[in-house]
Ligand binder design. Sequence first.
Ligand SMILES: [Zn+2]
Ligand SMILES: [Zn+2]
Length: 371
Amino acid sequence: MFDTCEPGQLIDLMSAAARAEAIAIAQRLSAVASLYAHREREFADRRLWLCDATTACAAEVSAAQNISRARATGQVHAAVALHKRLPKVATVFVTGAIDFRMVLAILSRTENVDDELMPAVDEALAERVPTWMRLSKRKLYDRLDLWVAKFDEAGVRVPPVAKDNRYFDIEPHIPGLAFAGGVLDATDASALNQRLEALASDVCENDPRTKSQRRADACGVLGRGEGALECQCGSSECPASTVRESATKIVIHVLAEQATVDGTSDHPGYLSGFGILPAESVRELAPDAKIRPIAKPGSRAEDSYRPSTALADFVRWRDLTCRWPGCDAPVAECDIDHTVPWPFGATHASDLKAYCRTHHRLAGRRLSSRL
Ligand SMILES: [Zn+2]
Ligand SMILES: [Zn+2]
């Protein structure tokens, strides 16, 4: 179809098509919301009815779009929620500046917000969401949760029922394999994750298994109460055989305001790799935690290429994950990168950022290919 186009034209075509697609969906939902408003008024006037406005509207949506009743009902719910609770976001959506994925994320993360507080949340989000389009799903949820918490601390999605329903199941899968999974307290999950990572990394580079397989095998190590995952390279000189995993210390990093720790604020904390941590969970952890203030660096750049521990700490806590658009690699797996290469760029917070190994290499290669 576009075989004769130049790369520049192709890029223009795809960005115009993406915007047109968002506008078309916004218009479709706007029509659904208006149709619902008609039906709602009519149903309010009637004394007797056979179904409600949503069912009636969904029947028409399903016929008009040739889709199932369940999908049509979902569409009516989304359209009505968007237009009633987030009218300003709906206005941004129809310009094509945000896409349907963003709208769905906003709808789901603002579901619990009190109706009275919604106009303020709507206004704040409408202003900011166009600049959040590049965020990965997890970062987008974190960003939305933080803004929701600013207006309605109870609106962040931490329903107590969900917390009470945590579980961990292990069931037969197919012969020879089992399925294990569940919903854990985020700090327990962080500890388990770090333990599995540490065990899985404790083999030499000739181990034939993938990282996922080694993490799965590490569960057996935990179950048997052993200290290390045996390397499968088969060499009698394997260097990993002398390493003992049990020496690895599990540390859970949580970022929180002092006021949250003191109990004078309910602003949530942030659990590295897992997102928002409710204020009450922060306070449960605080008595046994080692609390370290994060020092804001001064205006003077440091003299060496490598940042001091305090400066590197600040950059890590500021960035939380790799800064490459859409990358979720936690800072623990990141390098600190100079945006403008040292010594032209300064060893200062304004020129430093966290990049995972892949993106650090990619950024370095782009630079060297430009030189
Ligand atoms: Zn080995
Ligand atoms: Zn990355």
